[in-house]
Design a protein around this ligand. Structure first.
Ligand SMILES: NC(=O)c1ccc[n+]([C@@H]2O[C@H](COP(=O)([O-])OP(=O)(O)OC[C@H]3O[C@@H](n4cnc5c(N)ncnc54)[C@H](O)[C@@H]3O)[C@@H](O)[C@H]2O)c1
Length: 248
């Protein structure tokens, strides 16, 4: 675990997908770095447990449900007395060849992975505009950068997140910066099917230059960089955190 540096002292950050995996690690790490956080997740009980351990505010919320997002983000901003940043971590994955992918699954991936971040940013904008300097961090994927078998719906949703991020950066500057992280294979619930099997883990590690799977701490560090002043002159960026997966 990295040493806390106080780089988020005084910042008020909304994190989605905070019941599990990267969103949870980011919530925990941001509190260590001095931020106050408001946590959202479809899993109300899970996010409530994470928040309770951190002394943070939380609410159950489906990011694909615009009315629910409007209401939850308004309450989050009220609870923290404003918002200086957002991390869009909520996401879902269905690996199925595009010809076999159920249309309902395509719709849901677009609704959660792409429209979800739009819904959250739209609802948070009055708060972000009121902050002297604000940040948006969207968790995309290496799947946004390159085709992989069976990821048509997921990759399309995540590629959309990258262009949304650039457009947010363009439209919302200079006081709001928007950047994206493109994780490779990170050990979370989403990839449990892969890393629980030693053979699959070894094969996945062998594919990348740094010869290991990613940890949620790797993504927290990238989210910290993009949320604090260290990245003050970066906006619209897509930062791979993938051990060298996506440039092959
Ligand atoms: N794990 C990886 O290897 C990997 C790689 C690239 C990108 N990603 C992306 O990283 C992000 C975090 O995923 P993770 O690996 O931590 O997975 P995870 O499954 O551990 O966590 C995802 C969280 O999002 C929540 N969520 C799902 N749908 C939601 C909705 N509609 N509304 C609110 N919350 C919802 C889940 O309840 C869960 O708590 C996702 O956007 C995912 O697509 C993951």
């Amino acid at each position: 675990m990295s040493q806390a540096s106080g780089r988020l002292d005084g910042r008020r950050i909304l994190v989605t997908g905070a019941a599990s995996g990267m969103g949870r690690a980011i919530a925990e790490g941001f509190v260590r770095e001095g931020a106050r956080v408001a946590l959202l997740d479809r899993n109300a009980e899970g996010v409530g447990q994470v928040a309770a351990a951190l002394g943070a505010w939380s609410s159950g919320c489906d990011v694909a449900d615009r009315a629910m997002v409007d209401e939850a983000v308004a309450r989050a901003g009220g609870a923290l007395g404003g918002l200086d940043g957002v991390v869009n971590g909520a996401g879902i994955l269905d690996i199925t060849p595009i010809g076999e992918l159920a249309p309902e699954s395509w719709d849901r991936m677009i609704a959660v992975n792409l429209t979800g971040p739009y819904n959250i940013v739209r609802a948070a904008l009055p708060f972000l505009r009121a902050a002297p300097m604000a940040t948006i961090v969207n968790i995309a994927s290496v799947s946004a950068l390159m085709p992989m078998p069976g990821t048509g719906g997921y990759s399309a949703s995540k590629a959309g997140v990258l262009m949304l991020t650039r457009c947010l950066g363009m439209d919302l500057g200079p006081t709001i910066r928007a950047n994206a992280i493109c994780p490779g294979v990170i050990k979370t619930e989403m990839t449990r099917y892969l890393w629980e099997d030693a053979k699959h883990t070894a094969a996945a590690a062998e594919r990348v230059a740094l010869k290991r799977l990613g940890e949620t701490e790797d993504i927290f560090r990238a989210a910290l960089f993009l949320t604090c002043e260290d990245s003050a002159f970066s906006t619209g960026v897509a930062l791979p955190v993938d051990g060298g997966f996506s440039w092959r």
